[in-house]
Design a protein around this ligand. Structure first.
Ligand code: CAA
Length: 271
């Protein structure tokens, strides 16, 4: 069984092959201080290392990121940023950018389970995940300009990709918050749930469906989607053909096709 170290600002729990990471600073609505960013960095890199070296065992098939209490994450920590120098701010931004890239590079799907406020850095953390699920209590926004700030954890890049350039501009220029249902209609949120409990159940059930598939194939799809992002069609298709070739080198592909033809359920070796 997989063991993770203890992180001061995170709760971690592994159940049924799903790692749940809960940002746990309820007194500051789970704001992303440099400590939280460091804990996230260490936690994601620990998972990534285990998955890179587990030789087909896949102890984690999916990750859920959520927050304690009434917030998902209410942004970067404004109290801490009040005293930051410009260079420290740049380092803070770059470090969290690395965390968002590490989330994108994890070989398993990551679901942001947004239970409450996902503002500024919180919305940006959610957008680094593969899917954003939300409870009806969730709200989203990039309120930076109201603080004399700009997005620092990826919002300028990822928000337009989710909601399109027009709505992204409106939200970034006004700081207006989207309630869960509007965020759902805008394409930021993939699935909406009535309560925080149903939200976590929903995320678990999607990741259970993922866990019935070939882990190498899921990882390959995730990597391919990320590699082809922003590329012209022909280049994207060439990368897809490479991935298709790679799939044919796996034992999972041999087992998946064999099982189909034998009318059996596949038992994927995970490599
Ligand atoms: N940083 C530090 N502390 C925060 C925080 C943040 N982002 N958000 C909330 N808190 C703290 C509050 O200061 C308050 O602390 P005290 O109890 O010590 O006063 C506590 O959390 C509870 O917050 P509120 O009393 O404000 O709770 P509320 O329910 O009345 O309001 C809220 C909730 C609307 C989310 C409000 O807290 C708020 O507007 N928070 C700031 C949201 C924001 O602007 N986020 C963007 C930050 S900038 C950024 O993220 C830059 C980037 O891209 C990297």
């Amino acid at each position: 069984l997989m063991q993770l170290p203890v992180y001061p600002t995170l709760l971690t729990d592994i159940r049924d092959g799903v790692l749940t990471i809960t940002v746990n600073r309820p007194d500051a609505l789970n704001a992303l201080s440099t400590r939280v960013v460091q804990d996230l960095e260490h936690c994601i890199s620990a998972v990534s290392e285990v998955l890179a070296n587990d030789d087909g065992a896949w102890p984690v098939r999916g990750v859920i990121i959520t927050g304690t209490g009434k917030a998902f994450v209410a942004g970067a920590d404004i109290r801490e940023m009040e005293g930051m120098t410009p260079d420290e701010a740049h380092a803070h931004s770059s470090r969290m950018h690395q965390v968002t890239l590490a989330v994108e590079q994890l070989p398993v799907p990551v679901i942001a389970a947004v239970n409450g406020f996902a503002l500024g850095g919180g919305c940006e953390l959610a957008m680094a995940c593969d899917l954003i699920y939300a409870a009806s209590s969730a709200s989203f926004g990039q309120p930076e300009v109201g603080l004399g700030l700009v997005p620092g954890f990826g919002g300028s890049v990822r928000l337009p990709r989710y909601v399109g350039p027009g709505l992204a501009r409106e939200l970034l220029f006004t700081g207006r918050r989207l309630k869960a249902d509007e965020a759902h209609r805008a394409g930021l949120v993939t699935a909406l749930f009535d309560s925080a409990e149903e939200l976590l159940d929903g995320a678990h059930s999607t990741l259970a469906a993922v866990a019935r598939q070939s882990p190498t194939a899921v990882a390959l799809v995730k990597r391919t989607l990320s590699e082809i992002e922003g590329k012209p069609t022909a280049e994207g298709l060439a990368l897809e053909a490479e991935s298709f070739r790679t799939a044919f080198t796996t034992q999972d592909k041999a087992e998946g096709t064999r099982a189909f033809l034998a009318k059996e359920r596949p038992s994927f070796p995970g490599r």
